[in-house]
Ligand binder design. Sequence first.
Ligand SMILES: [Zn+2]
Length: 459
Amino acid sequence: MAADRRIVIENCSIATVDAHDTEYPSGYVVLAGNRIESLGAGRAPEGLENVDRRIDATGHLVTPGLVNTHHHYYQWITRGLATDHNLFNWLVALYPTWARIDEQMVYAAAQGSLAMMARGGVTTAMDHHYVFPAGSGDLSGAIIRAARETGVRFTLARGSMDRSEKDGGLPPDFAVETLDGALAATEATVKEHHDSSFDAMTQVAVAPCSPFSVSTELLREGAELARRLGVRLHTHGSETVEEEQFCKELFGMGPTDYFESTGWLGEDVWMAHCVHMNDSDIAAFARTKTGVAHCPSSNARLAAGIARVPDMLAAGVPVGLGVDGTASNESGELHTELRNALLINRLGAHREAALNARQALRLGTYGGAQVLGRAAETGSLEAGKLADLVLWKLDTLAHASIADPVTALVFGAAAPVTASFVNGRQIVENGRLSHVDEDAIARSTREQSQRLARIAAQG
Ligand SMILES: [Zn+2]
């Protein structure tokens, strides 16, 4: 939308998720170009010029768009497998199949993953992709293309693995890259695709997979590369008790100390899971402002445990929400993770005081933008920020009898999305994607899933 063209949204409840959790029971939002121009209580200002559209959002809650901070899109075509495994057994069961992926499969899987999230109110997405079999094509390019077509704001965390079975790691030898190959390909991806501007639609992060699938050199040199290029760093950390044992046996220290020793704590780092953290680990994250991608459904699916999110928030650790790969969270939805984060954390030490609805909404919006390094641009509704927002329909059977809209959104059933805007452009209308064909994507993901299963069965 041109900078002088406006969209006016009126008669809605608004949860801004700004620093004061400002809310308006009935208010308006004016979008101008790709920015939020103004918002507030009551009706929109009179006399606005160049208004292309006026949306009567009666019965809706408007929130910032959801931000997903951890995912593996390729897993969309290996959902529903190894369903009763812990992390290490699940990885060992799936690596041989994952090692057979190619560009066509990854593109279809990325389309499926993105479609599912966008339909549920995600406006900023990310993909941590770390399986690059030799000769598999331009996987990073395919993922970025799928994100552009869907219309979401996007971070590609260019992953890598170089510690295979022969070096004491978990992935099979043929599924990994060399140290130099991984670093060179990551640098090339940053140079080709990373945009550092204020309203960037595509960014790239440096993202070796995990302590048990990458060498110490790849972690150390990956951190140096990211800082030289001025991009963020992402990996998995402290996910399971087995990972903790692995780090103690191999490196003589727990995961957080190992990360610190390789340059992996800092305000430019965010890490998925962080389930097994003691008080000093949380203090180290807080001191360095290292971010966390909390993935409650995946942690439950793989019986990893419950991350100490209330303690992290109390200590000042930035925390966002993640779907995680859909081989360990088949739903692939982020809006339901608001509810799951709240419920699962109430099973932990803080019980009913663990998280409330507003904190859960903040994790899924502003918290996510913080860990992706984009909190100045998106994650809350404030004049001057990017026009990334969602209209949740709360006046139907599922929610109409719940008086408080934020409670309805978080505690209630997955709310329908009437409209979702990214950069001022609508990407969802009445639950359907505006720029891609959901039914065609469903068909191609099924075809590619079957193709991968056939190829993997041939060995
Ligand atoms: Zn993951």
